[in-house]
Design a protein around this ligand. Structure first.
Ligand code: DX5
Ligand code: ZN
Length: 219
């Protein structure tokens, strides 16, 4: 998209007992967005954050909340997460039969709509909705857990997505990458065309968050 790169730390790696403290630390460390991973125990083998927790998070931060729904039938929950204050709301293409309807609904609520693809899901699955999204989230690990290794083929997928968007003259959709992003690989991921970098353990499990985020932005 633009030259501006966004760092979105994932709260999945935060200390849930001290969520407010960690959010403040991330703000002070230079985070651009907060990435919030929602899991239902069905679409992925893990359970996390519900709408009341998002609503609580919104009371202690002004950072945009980038909500990643890893849940089956996301359409059932879109309104609840919009009401709770999501700024970006992303659903998985694999989780719904009615992707277009859901994306339209999210935009209709005045919120940025995102679509996400698992590592095995081809780019062709979103070709018909490119003008209906504000963000495309490319999973670079299998969703469900933090701390996994970046899948190398993602680089190639990002380059092909970038090319696909520019060939269609689409330049207002952000490309986001999620999973295994850290200092060692962020430069290469940026070159491949990503605009938004989600990082959980790559930031929150490190000693000095401010230094890591500054270095990520530099790279
Ligand atoms: C994985 C989540 C990610 C996760 C990333 O299912 O979607 O957002 O928190 O964590 P790291 O950066 O540790 O791979
Ligand atoms: Zn995520």
């Amino acid at each position: 998209m633009s030259d501006y790169k966004t760092i979105a730390p994932s709260l999945l790696s935060a200390d849930f007992v001290n969520l407010e403290r960690d959010i403040k630390r991330l703000e002070e460390a230079g985070a651009d967005w907060l990435h919030i991973d929602v899991m239902d125990g069905h679409f992925v083998p893990n359970l996390t954050i519900g709408p009341p927790v998002l609503k609580a998070i919104k009371t202690v931060t002004t950072l945009p909340c980038d909500v990643h729904l890893m849940i089956e039938n996301p359409g059932r929950w879109v309104d609840a997460y919009c009401d709770a204050g999501a700024d970006y709301l992303t659903v998985h293409v694999e989780a719904t039969r009615h992707l277009h309807r859901i994306l339209q609904h999210i935009r209709g609520r005045g919120i940025k709509a995102g679509v996400s693809l698992n590592p095995h899901t081809p780019l062709s699955s979103i070709e018909e909705v490119l003008s209906d999204v504000d963000l495309i989230l490319i999973m670079s690990v299998n969703p469900g857990f933090g701390g996994q290794s970046f899948i190398p083929n993602t680089i190639n997928k990002l380059k092909r997505l970038k090319k696909m968007l520019s060939e269609k003259g689409i330049n207002d959709v952000k490309i986001e990458v999620d999973g295994g992003v850290k200092l060692e690989n962020i430069g290469e991921i940026a070159k491949a065309g990503a605009d938004v970098f989600v990082s959980g353990s790559g930031i929150l499990k490190q000693e000095n968050w401010k230094e890591v985020i500054a270095e990520m932005k530099r790279l």
